[in-house]
Design a protein around this ligand. Sequence first.
Ligand code: C2E
Ligand code: CA
Ligand code: CA
Length: 813
Amino acid sequence: MRILDMKDYTTAATLYWWSVTTLGAIGLVIAGYATLLLPPSMLVQALIGGAVAAFVGLFPVRIPGSKTAIAAGEIFIFLIMLLYGPAPAVVAAAVEGFIASCRASRRWTSRIGTPAMIALAMLGCANFLENVRANTVLDGAGSAVLLSVLLGFALLYYVSITLLTSTLFALKSRSAFTPIRWLKKLGWMGFAYMASASVAGLLYLTFARFGLPVLLVAVPLIAMFLSTLHFYFQRKDADERHMEELRASESRFHSAFTHAAIGMALVSTEGQFVHTNKAFCDMLGLANGELDEADLRRLVHQDDIEPLKELIDKMIAGKLSSAHTEVRGRHRDGSDVWMSLNLSLARDWQFRNYNLIVQAQDITARRRAEAELYHNAYHDNLTQLHNRTHFMEQLNRAIARAGRGAQHQFAVMYLDFDRFKMVNDSLGHKAGDELLVNVAKRMRSVLRPNDLLARLGGDEFGILMEDLHSERDAVELTERIQREVQKPFVLGTMEVSISASIGITFGANGYESSDQIIRDADIAMYKAKSNGKAQYAIFDASLHAQVSTQLKLENDLRKALGSGQIMLEYQPICTLRDRRLIGFEALVRWNHPERGTLQPSSFIPTAEETGLIVPLGNWVLSEACRQMHEWRHISGSSTLGISINVSSLQLSQPGFVNLVRQALEAAQMQPSQLTLEVTESVLMDGIDHAVETLRELRAMGITLSIDDFGTGYSSLSYLAKLPIDALKIDRSFVERMGRGEDNEIVKAIFKLGQTLGKQVYAEGIETGAQLEMLRELGCEYGQGFLLSRPVGAERAGNFVASRNHVRELAAVA
Ligand code: C2E
Ligand code: CA
Ligand code: CA
């Protein structure tokens, strides 16, 4: 049943409640009946008194800070009791109790039980008092006795109510019955009852003496006084509650501030820390509170102070209500801590001073990542130099600056390493990378501090020289770089030398975009390459045309390889004593559809630069061997030799040895019939891989010969260690011999060859005199126009057929 919901009542409590309530109800009914029996005038007065009591009960005087209230209605209840006897007092007390409990509780058990208990208590106590009152004569002493008894009554009444209610409470909560504690706890309430009783007593005595009119005046006065008290206390209570809330909010704020995961600080507008939280101090590696009264400026990075100060000034001036910025703070360990700061201005509670509320977050990690991203965007990861993007931006800047006057002229160098691809292919990418890193360092070391060196990709580098005094400066720098780069590098256990081809262009050409600059510097670089290795070239407009020819050549060569435009000529190699044919050198030709037959000098450099030399060279190898197979039947001997020129790029191809083996097998040739001609540089570059390949080839029985001997920079002592069988002394020496110049060098070379046990060949023999001298020097074999020009396969075949008829050869020459 909802009305009498006694869910939380124990059996004992239920029993108790019902007994007390029943008793109270009976008492109330009896009292009600007795009240009705009062003379009508008294009944009306008693009812008015009861109404006043009930009304005043609606405005309980709640003592601030306590839950309970003084029911001021007691005064009138006590007065009714004194004036009209216990019965109406019981009714009035029950009504007042009902109203009060209705206000205090939503439960019917309480709303019914409380007035019942009050009625019961009043019933017992009032009857006791009534006996005294009825027998007291209200003279001076009698009045005093009555007042004292009245106080006793009030106390008794209070104790009775407390005992009745606390018993119910104890039964309900199954706790020990501790009435004393209750009395103590509500002790002051006893005094309130006694105070009410005294007021009632005094009113009663006044009434007894002066009659009803005084009472009629006094009662509203008292009611007014009490309601004033009520409102005063209510107001006070509200204030108290407000303060409480303030304190709670303050403490909430304080704990939010203290324990916030985000760094917080209160800073005065003068820049002094008023208060900081733990997170803030942690961020800077400081102990909690260590910052109090410290100067903000002491903690902020030098460069960030001014902007921060400006921001704060703007806020103080009212131009900004809040602001966000990022500054570097100084960590205890000396490192920078990037902090994101949210600043807002707050007045203190007296609205007198401004303070800055600073929220700070450590964004060092984010900043670092950003810096890294920025770095990556503008730097080359391998060499840590600037990259193409940055270089192009700087070029555009340089163009803009150059527009401002002659003193801002600039030069741009485009640099590409010769044979870098070869190093990379033969030594591996790791070694290639290492070489690039080292070479970058070296270049850096010869630049002026303001020159910009950037890696533009692969083995290409760019240099921007600004504030150029003269073009000569750029050329000198270029030469310096070339010298520096050419010094050998040590990669692991190997020494590697490379060289750079450099194209130069000048801002004075009137560029409009960085692309144009790069294009021209690149063209100049190609020009430098075509001039040979380790060269530089300065861009001029005529180069444009050359470059497009070069590009066309490359394209044509690609197509030519698969379309039979490439063919071989064969130049006989003979004994010098009796001009007997011992073999041929295969020399490549290109029957260009538009340009006719092209000599190797016009396309071999391009083929080497582009890597096309590999398929081209492989074709030469197989074609020459195939041709040898064909001649086998007519020559009838297996001593005829064939010499093939091999470029270093071919040697560094991993499958080269196998390729040679297959070509020999396919042609059923003896390895001894094949001579591979390599240039000195292949051996001298110290490229182990190439030398290793040569060793394998030599172990197979193939003859290895150094071509153009004497033009390179071979150290003669090194020669002994190399896996070679023969030297082919360069044409230029032979030519000089004919002119009657000093022959000492040639002599020395021959001597050396002989002591080392190497065969020495001569090439470019054009005159009989040359032939004669060579013979005298002890040179056994040679080739040259005197003996025969390179000829087509058919004519070469004729030589083979008439091999022993040396005259035939001489006749050709
Ligand atoms: P090289 O290996 O020194 O070839 C000899 C060159 O000297 C040939 O020029 C030949 O025609 C020329 N020559 C022969 N006798 C005389 C003479 O008495 N006087 C003069 N002035 N020249 C003579 P060619 O055929 O133009 O070849 C030029 C270079 O091209 C060769 O020099 C060689 O380095 C390269 N080459 C030719 N064919 C190939 C090839 O198949 N592969 C590779 N990698 N390079 C090749
Ligand atoms: Ca040769
Ligand atoms: Ca040669």
